[in-house]
Design a protein around this ligand. Structure first.
Ligand SMILES: Cc1ncc(COP(=O)(O)O)c(C=O)c1O
Length: 411
């Protein structure tokens, strides 16, 4: 081998290149103190009450119920919404599957609706998909870019439907200064390890509506919290001992981590704002690349920075090859997510009856019916958005890797 054969990648920084969440002394101390105080909180007290109050305040709604996962929070939203067999619920054709999969535990039919050019549920298509059986519209703010919630809210109001927001990607995102999660009748958010607000695992259900709150409490809790939160005159009060038969309490250590992360969130988000701007300034110069950014009046959460590749670029090189080349340059965090894909490509949505008897004989989704979701999936790459000044040398090496790959491909 001669020296000219040695490949020196653009990214030479040691891995891991992206660390999230930052678990520092403050995080460890918060969790330690909580473990000493209590390892199970079964009413709305202590860290659970503090975090629920903080999240409700943050969103400007009256109620928050912490849960063990975002998936559970979404299921709770659907149970609270009262959907069941014979009901249709409009869900995004492109999202993480757990936005829609808990619906399959209710007997309701998920009706997939295609996305706009940013990967978010397209309100124009939603309006066409509403039928007399539709009960709710579900929207995810994909990768932290707000969906067109004003248009979706208007459709929901005009047609008498509930709007459910899946804000798992989007804590910290807003539209005209109003946080996402405040537009829906219900919002569900994952607090899983990678998310913009995280307790490692966890979720939260948000609502401004007392009735939806009582039902959300009844599915996530039993006994003490149900007795204390659901008024004695409410029809669910007599079920307080059992709740609705499930239990989705958050672990208090996770809640303590969420509380600590909430305290640093603003600093993290502004660090991500600066990093996203630095990345976008260079990436948008690459031929064939559109960097998806918040529109006027919107704030993104920067769960990821999404790059849309145009037809001319894809005629020259496919997205998988680009990822391979970027990885070879050491930019290993560049990603084409696998499980976050058009739902109609997944067996659970193509043939739910094969796994869930309640859906036997019902037709499922066909991939070819969602061309915009397929197209978005096929032409996007994503990158993490860093937040610390100390991360900027790695960020710059990643940007160098893009320049190098584009130059080598003669783009
Ligand atoms: C959009 C979206 N919804 C729901 C979920 C499910 O959340 P959890 O993993 O906390 O159950 C995720 C998790 O990745 C997600 O990305």
């Amino acid at each position: 081998m001669t020296t000219t054969d040695v490949h020196i990648p653009a990214v030479t920084a040691p891995e891991p290149h992206f660390v999230w969440p930052v678990v520092d002394e403050a995080t460890l101390e918060a969790v330690r103190a909580q473990l000493v105080e209590s390892v199970s909180v079964y009413d709305r007290s202590g860290v659970v009450a503090r975090v629920e109050d903080a999240l409700a305040r943050w969103h400007g709604v009256r109620h928050a119920v912490l849960m063990s996962s975002g998936t559970c929070a979404l299921h709770a939203a659907y149970v609270a919404a009262g959907v069941g067999p014979g009901d249709e619920v409009i869900v995004p054709a492109y999202t993480f599957f757990a936005t829609a999969s808990p619906l399959l535990q209710t007997g309701a039919t998920p009706v997939l609706v295609d996305c706009d050019e940013r990967g978010n549920l397209d309100p124009a298509r939603v309006a066409d998909a509403v039928t007399s059986a539709t009960r709710a519209i579900v929207v995810t703010h994909m990768w932290g870019l707000p969906a067109d919630v004003a248009a979706l809210r208007a459709i929901a109001d005009t047609r008498g439907l509930l709007l459910v927001e899946d804000t798992s990607h989007a804590f910290g995102a807003s539209v005209d200064g109003r946080p996402v999660g405040a537009f829906g009748d219900l919002a569900a958010q994952s607090l899983q390890g990678q998310k913009p607000l995280t307790g490692g695992e966890g979720g939260v259900l948000l609502t401004d509506d007392d009735e939806l709150y009582y039902r959300g409490v009844a599915i996530a809790h039993y006994n003490v919290r149900c007795k204390r939160e659901i008024p004695a005159t409410h029809p669910l009060a007599r079920y307080a001992v059992t709740g609705l038969g499930l239990k989705w309490r958050i672990h208090p250590a996770a809640a303590a981590m969420v509380e600590q992360q909430l305290g640093v969130h603003d600093a993290v988000r502004s660090g991500r704002d600066a990093c996203a701007a630095r990345m976008a300034a260079r990436l948008r110069r690459l031929p064939g690349v559109e960097v998806l950014l918040p529109r006027e009046g919107e704030q993104g959460s920067w769960y990821a920075l999404v790059l849309r590749l145009d037809d001319a670029l894809l005629a020259h090189v496919d997205a998988d090859t680009l990822v391979e080349r970027l990885h070879r340059e050491g930019a290993v965090e560049v990603d084409r997510p696998g499980s976050t894909r058009p739902l109609a490509q997944l067996p659970l949505f193509q043939d739910p009856g094969g796994a869930l008897p309640a859906y036997a004989g019902r037709s499922g989704a066909r991939p070819e019916d969602y061309p915009a979701a397929n197209d978005f999936f096929d032409r996007t790459l994503k990158l993490p958005v860093w937040h610390r000044a100390a991360d900027m040398p790695v960020v710059d090496q990643y940007l160098d890797a893009f320049d190098k790959v584009w130059a080598e491909l003669g783009l």
